[in-house]
Design a binder for this molecule. Structure first.
Ligand SMILES: C[S@@+](CC[C@H](N)C(=O)[O-])C[C@H]1O[C@@H](n2cnc3c(N)ncnc32)[C@H](O)[C@@H]1O
Length: 215
């Protein structure tokens, strides 16, 4: 599916997220606190848009994804980034390779959430960090109701006008509705072996940032 949407993926996302994507990306970088020279894995990086802010912060950021369509589009647009083809459930990296691992709007798409989190733990060095940026559940009940209405009815309609593959946005809406809320995801992260799990909401909980540490 991601192979088909690669070319217009970033533009469509930005429109459908009311231009919030950049703010969410900045908050993700702040949560990871990259030091210059840190080696960071950006998993499910797609076309590399989520990797750029880490690269700009002075880290050696490695975008990794299993969609050849996304990787090709990324390599065309961002030829200086070291794109790597790899499956989140069998990462092509040795144990403890990275100072930090991050995944933006990707964990929801991986078929085995806990398995991916265990793989991320394996490739992170002891003391290394994890930051997950993912759609979540708005905390305020009224806001949640309005948002779910937008997600399930308005977003698929809007997508038929601007997206190259509108069905992908029906899938997006359904996968967000079914995704574990902030506390439930924290428990899955802990079960995968990470410690010091914390989270905070962005845009009222439309997105949540989870972070954790490898012992
Ligand atoms: C919504 S895109 C996010 C792209 C990017 N991180 C961003 O924030 O713009 C989700 C990405 O997850 C990738 N993906 C899904 N399952 C994967 C897996 N098992 N291994 C690697 N990448 C995966 C898809 O190919 C897709 O590029």
């Amino acid at each position: 599916m991601f192979d088909d949407v690669a070319a217009r993926y970033d533009l469509t996302n930005d429109v459908l997220a009311f231009g919030q994507t950049r703010a969410w990306r900045r908050a993700t970088v702040r949560a990871l606190e990259p030091s210059s020279g840190d080696v960071i894995l950006d998993l499910a990086a797609g076309t590399g848009s989520s990797t750029v802010p880490f690269d700009e912060a002075g880290a050696f950021a490695v975008p990794c994804d299993f969609s050849i369509g996304m990787l090709s589009e990324g390599r065309r647009r961002l030829p200086t980034l070291p794109f790597v083809a790899g499956d989140a459930l069998r990462l092509p990296f040795a144990d403890g390779t990275f100072d930090a691992v991050t995944i933006s709007f990707g964990l929801r798409n991986v078929v085995d959430t806990e398995g991916a989190l265990r793989e991320m733990l394996r490739v992170t060095r002891p003391g290394g960090r994890l930051v997950i940026c993912e759609f979540s559940q708005p905390s305020h009940e009224l806001f949640r109701t309005v948002y779910l209405e937008y997600l399930m009815k308005f977003l698929p309609q809007l997508a038929t006008k601007i997206a190259s593959n509108p069905e992908a946005y029906v899938y997006l809406a359904e996968s967000i509705r079914e995704w574990p809320d902030q506390d439930a995801l924290s428990h899955i992260i802990q079960r995968a072996g990470w410690v010091d799990v914390q989270w905070r909401n962005l845009s009222g909980g439309i997105v949540a940032l989870h972070r954790a540490v490898r012992l």
